[in-house]
Write a protein that binds this ligand. Sequence first.
Ligand code: COA
Length: 130
Amino acid sequence: MAQLFQRTLGRDAWSLEALLSLQQDGQVWIVEQEYTLAGAMAFLCEPFAFRIVQIAVDPLYRHRGYGRDLVHSLVEEARRQGYPALVAEVRMENHEAIAFYKKLGFQVFPRALRYPDGSPGAVVSMEVHP
Ligand SMILES: CC(C)(COP(=O)(O)OP(=O)(O)OC[C@H]1O[C@@H](n2cnc3c(N)ncnc32)[C@H](O)[C@@H]1OP(=O)(O)O)[C@@H](O)C(=O)NCCC(=O)NCCS
């Protein structure tokens, strides 16, 4: 799982230790296909939102709806637990991820933040209706 994030997210990938530490206030969900890890999503349960901290689908399994399935499952979980929103951060240069979040109905706030290396990032968010 950490390897999938490393391969797809590079410098933004969380280490295995960081992912394991998520167990206290977050979770990692995976998509398995043909006994292979096709995708994974790590999220944190914050006071007013679920924060997606990493989401990745192996290039061999992209464009099959697995990313959408992961996010839709999280929307259902947020609704079940009464969380009002999902949020995530994404680099402005990551046009594919921004298109993905837009397609799923997230609102995009361009240049809302800067990454530690100075690159601009967007905050994306989606309201979860009861
Ligand atoms: C972003 C990512 C998770 C999408 O996963 P995926 O399983 O391929 O996405 P889906 O098949 O569920 O796509 C859902 C919708 O998002 C949009 N979308 C997905 N990938 C896209 C791309 N490369 N370009 C434009 N739109 C895209 C499409 O509109 C798609 O809907 P459609 O198939 O009905 O047209 C995947 O591309 C990935 O792992 N990227 C690298 C890691 C990354 O950047 N993560 C986000 C960082 S915050």
